[in-house]
Design a protein around this ligand. Structure first.
Ligand code: ADP
Ligand code: MG
Length: 324
């Protein structure tokens, strides 16, 4: 496949028509018509082989995850996804790989009515960079800086599953072997995360701050605390534990995955105590656990307390590129 056949394949498999795409793939730039009166939310995330996914990950999963991590950022802003561009760097033009990748990308783009409108294709070590564009009414964006003392802290889903999946995959010898069914579940959380787009949209006007958990709950909640100028207190016992996660590793490992595992793409958000009933109703409606795990207080940083109220120490805070 040459570069242009390759781009054509991508267009055929991933492009999707939307009324607000005046001109998509095929010209020097896409022409897009954002809805009047809304802000454009824009975010980019890159996946590099061996860093963001294990070497040998299925191309379908890479395509899915490259889009999922980006949609997760839009979800965390309360934005509605619309368009994406894709910068693809490939070691070779492998048709089978490309088809798998496009199928994974399209499988997630379609239910979100997200149109791929352009990109760039180059040769080099495998790396995928996606930029997503979404819409949000200006007063309703979910920012990191709105948490206030007295707000409750919530987390969606079951953070820790992706981290447990990664450890099971890379360092199975360190663990009591998980049952195949549990392993499949944990690896699916790692390789095909679900961006919480519907939750992000529903939290407009309810959440005071939000972030998606990509680098570990404690570290990402720390960004809310820092940007909001407040402290966060998390009760370790309140962290949700799924059945598959409860059966892998030991208690200390599980706590580490829950707080610092990363790659979960759940939403961590804050809301006034008075919103508890609306949030419970939302959890039922979306069929997604929304667990209250702590409280915002005056001060700074994140403290995680055990059942006796003693602060929990963690070996490492969370995922950070260029960390010593
Ligand atoms: P140019 O040389 O003018 O930058 P390209 O030859 O790189 O144009 O791209 C031709 C068209 O194909 C453009 O519309 C571009 O957005 C699109 N395109 C290129 N690579 C990709 C890709 N990986 N995914 C989606 N669209 C792509
Ligand atoms: Mg050009």
């Amino acid at each position: 496949m040459g570069e242009f056949t390759l781009i054509d394949e991508i267009r055929r498999r991933c492009a999707l028509s939307r009324g607000d795409v005046i001109l998509g793939i095929g010209d020097d730039a896409a022409l897009l018509a954002p809805p009047p009166g809304q802000l454009l939310a824009v975010s980019t995330d890159t996946l590099v082989a061996g860093v963001h996914f294990p070497e040998g990950t299925a191309p379908f999963d890479i395509g899915w995850k490259a889009l999922a991590v980006n949609l997760s950022d839009l979800a965390a802003m309360g934005a509605e996804p619309a368009w994406a561009t894709l910068a693809l760097t490939l070691p070779q033009a492998d048709a089978l790989w490309l088809h798998g990748f496009c199928d994974g990308f399209a499988a997630l783009a379609q239910p979100h009515a997200l149109a791929l409108v352009g990109g760039d294709t180059t040769r080099g070590p495998l790396s995928i960079s996606v930029t997503v564009h979404g819409f949000v009414p200006s007063a309703q964006a979910l920012r990191r800086d709105g948490a206030r003392p007295g707000d409750r802290i919530y987390i969606s889903g079951h953070p820790g599953e992706a981290g447990a999946g990664l450890t099971s995959h890379l360092a199975a010898a360190l663990l009591r072997a998980p049952a195949q069914q549990d392993l499949d579940h944990l690896l699916a959380r790692l390789n095909r995360p679900t961006p919480r787009v519907a939750l992000g949209l529903a939290l407009r006007g309810i959440a005071t701050a939000a972030i998606d958990v990509s680098d570990g709950l404690r570290q990402d909640l720390g960004h809310i605390a820092a940007r909001s100028g407040v402290a966060a207190v998390v009760r370790a016992a309140a962290l949700p534990l799924s059945a598959p996660l409860s059966r892998v590793g030991d208690e200390r490992q599980r706590l580490h995955w829950q707080l610092a595992g990363g790659d979960d793409y759940e939403l961590c958000f804050t809301a006034p105590a008075a919103a508890a009933e609306r949030i419970a109703a939302l959890a039922a409606q979306l069929q997604l656990p929304l667990s209250e795990i702590g409280e915002i207080v005056a001060g700074e940083r994140v403290r995680v307390l055990d059942a006796n109220g003693i602060e929990v120490e963690l070996a490492r805070g969370g995922w950070e590129h260029f960390a010593a």
